[in-house]
Design a binder for this molecule. Structure first.
Ligand SMILES: Nc1ncnc2c1ncn2[C@@H]1O[C@H](COP(=O)(O)OP(=O)(O)OP(=O)(O)O)[C@@H](O)[C@H]1O
Length: 324
């Protein structure tokens, strides 16, 4: 189990991590999500022991993880950390790059493990290709296989899919997280992408300006976001004043996703359509409420500019999406 206790850290004088505490159970997958610069990479480095903390402690299975001031070789030996930049050997093949990191060297075992990891990263056909001839996304996948090769107990991944195209990303995410669950490897990964979080994390930590704003399951964060910042991690969200609805306070607002709003002649809100954007499955419609604010919703067909619509927000959602 990982136990992070009241960790505070500053690069110069500005605190980058502020009083961070959380724990992760063995085999669980935890995602750290938040806007650029909020401290995700710094938190991963703190967990791995690459930083000397100003305050607080990190424990892995009861043993304290110490920073570089106490460790000749920074980084905990039961963990592996994959940074955003890779350290591959460009003039050797993909297979050799993976083999070099295997914990044992017997030929047959080593060959089997390499083949297994090539499958996880979906690069079996590139086994004999030199790394210098790979694309950025392919290199990122080889770097991923290298950290898996060491059979870590805890895997720390910093934006592991950011150079990988959408087509490959889905398969890679499924392969990787299934492999980690099978091997009972605990994983903490930083991401900007809510799809990484929704489908593959058991627990999500939302960070903003060096603090943890929320620690919950991805479903809970999606269904009951406590702030506009949290809801916006998932998709463009509507922030609609509560004063337009009978029985609610005049200061609060509702957070409603575009897909949850329906056109209905008995709907509570009157709006005028401004523009329709085709997104492949639906049309994303921007409209203006009669009170002046913008509102976004989804429809199966495009709607002409200036057309008047009545919009309905499901009553059952209003209570749990009210932010005071
Ligand atoms: N080596 C460093 N020296 C000084 N400041 C740093 C250093 N590394 C990061 N920072 C600053 O610390 C803050 C947090 O950076 P960090 O890289 O942890 O954010 P992040 O959430 O991982 O961002 P991104 O999503 O863009 O990778 C930023 O303001 C950044 O400029």
């Amino acid at each position: 189990m990982l136990d992070v206790q009241e960790v505070t850290f500053a690069y110069q004088h500005k605190n980058t991590l502020k009083n961070i505490s959380f724990s992760v159970n063995r085999g669980a997958h935890t995602c750290i999500i938040g806007e650029s610069g909020c401290g995700k990479s710094t938190l991963l480095k703190a967990i791995y022991g690459l930083l000397d903390l100003d305050e607080g402690k990190v424990f892995w299975n009861g043993e304290q993880v110490l920073g570089p001031a106490f460790n000749l070789v920074p980084g905990h030996d039961k963990m592996k950390y994959l940074a955003q930049e890779d350290h591959l050997m460009p003039y050797t093949t993909v297979s050799e790059n993976i083999k070099k990191f295997l914990s044992r060297q017997e030929a047959q075992w080593s060959q089997q493990r390499t083949e297994e990891l090539l499958e996880v990263i979906d690069m079996t056909s590139f086994a004999d290709t030199k790394v210098k001839n790979l694309s950025g996304g392919q290199k990122q996948r080889v770097a991923l296989a290298q950290v898996l090769a060491k059979e870590p107990e805890l895997l720390l991944l910093d934006e592991p899919f950011n150079f990988i195209d959408n087509f490959r990303k889905n398969k890679l995410r499924r392969n990787l997280f299934n492999y980690l669950k099978k091997q009972q490897i605990t994983c903490i990964f930083a991401t900007h992408d809510s799809t990484d979080m929704l489908g593959f994390a058991d627990q999500a930590l939302v960070m903003k300006e060096g603090k943890i704003l929320a620690n919950a399951s991805p479903e809970q964060l999606f269904n009951e976001p406590k702030s506009f910042y949290i809801a916006s991690l998932f998709q463009e969200v509507n922030q609609i004043s509560a004063k337009y609805f009978e029985g609610f306070s005049s200061t609060g607002y509702f957070l409603i996703y575009p897909s949850e709003i329906k056109i209905d002649e008995k709907g509570q809100l009157s709006a005028t359509v401004i523009q329709s954007y085709f997104n492949g499955t639906n049309h994303f419609i921007k409209a203006q409420l009669k009170q002046g604010e913008s509102i976004f919703f989804l429809e199966s067909h495009a709607i002409k500019e200036k057309e008047k619509v009545q919009l309905c927000l499901p009553k059952e959602l209003l209570k749990k999406r009210l932010v005071e």
